[in-house]
Write a protein that binds this ligand. Structure first.
Ligand SMILES: [Mn+2]
Length: 264
């Protein structure tokens, strides 16, 4: 049984993520209608919800922290459904509180190291996690990066944060990059996997705030995740930034539901 925790918060995205609060319910309603996953079995899910207050990010962050902490203490397989990417800040903090030295693998078109706002927005959660010493930068891997600015690249380089840009992924090949990532994280005690749907090309996943051309195909991402789910040290997975209001034919929501079904 995999527990799905819905976190329908969309006010951590500087006004650009309104609509993401609709993601969790839409994804769950599609998920309930799905059949067997590609592994050939019917994944079983239970559902839980974090109380969010769209007008109070501090309160929402503290609710995310305590719910995720409870869930981590109870163990089992858990998937968090956002919401915008700011939710990863408190969720990771809770997982790391119980799993010191927890690593972080992020699928994202952007490094999310823009500013140093506190509480962090969806554009800076990674920078704040690093600056506050909550995550060790040598235990962060970014996959799918293709849109960044100078100060973000400087931050990644100065912190020696590993990243696989889309250019590198194309040159090296998805399966080879996946080999490198799995070989690296296999040695970590615990891992948190964060999936920003904008890692996927907007041709496959248009329902998100920032459409960045030249991304992973939906199959590339599913391939990656099907391999990662075999690792026993993955403590938490989140899926964020799916915006049903910006979707086309519901295809991004359906992709989100498929991702959850494959990880279940
Ligand atoms: Mn992001």
């Amino acid at each position: 049984m995999t527990k799905i925790i819905k976190i329908p918060f969309s006010k951590g995205g500087l006004g650009k993520t309104e609509g993401c609060e609709l993601g969790p319910d839409k994804i769950v309603s599609v998920l309930k209608g799905l059949g067997l996953n590609e592994n050939g079995y019917k994944a079983q899910f239970s559902f839980d919800l974090v109380d969010v207050d769209q007008n109070d990010i501090e309160l929402t962050n503290s609710n995310i922290f305590s719910k995720v902490l409870d869930v981590v203490v109870s163990g089992g397989k858990n998937i968090l459904l956002g919401g915008d990417h700011s939710i990863t800040y408190s969720a990771f903090k809770a997982v790391a509180a119980k799993n010191p030295g927890c690593g972080l693998v992020i699928f994202d078109a952007h490094p999310d190291c823009e500013n140093d706002f506190n509480p962090p927005t969806h554009e800076d959660f990674l920078k704040v996690l690093v600056n506050e010493g909550i995550v060790d930068p040598s235990r962060v891997i970014l996959v799918g990066v293709r849109s960044w600015d100078g100060k973000e690249k400087e931050f990644l380089d100065s912190m020696k944060i590993r990243y696989f840009s889309m250019k590198q992924i194309k040159l090296t090949g998805v399966s080879e990059v996946c080999d490198t990532v799995t070989e690296t994280i296999r040695g970590w005690n615990s891992v948190y996997v964060s999936i920003d749907i904008d890692c996927v090309d907007p041709a496959h996943a248009p329902g998100t705030g920032y459409c960045e051309p030249g991304g992973l195909s939906s199959r590339d991402l599913i391939y990656f995740l099907q391999r990662l789910r075999l690792l026993r040290n993955i403590k938490m997975i989140d899926l964020v930034e799916i915006n049903p209001e910006k979707d086309v034919n519901g295809m991004t929501v359906v992709l989100g539901a498929k991702i959850v079904n494959e990880m279940g």
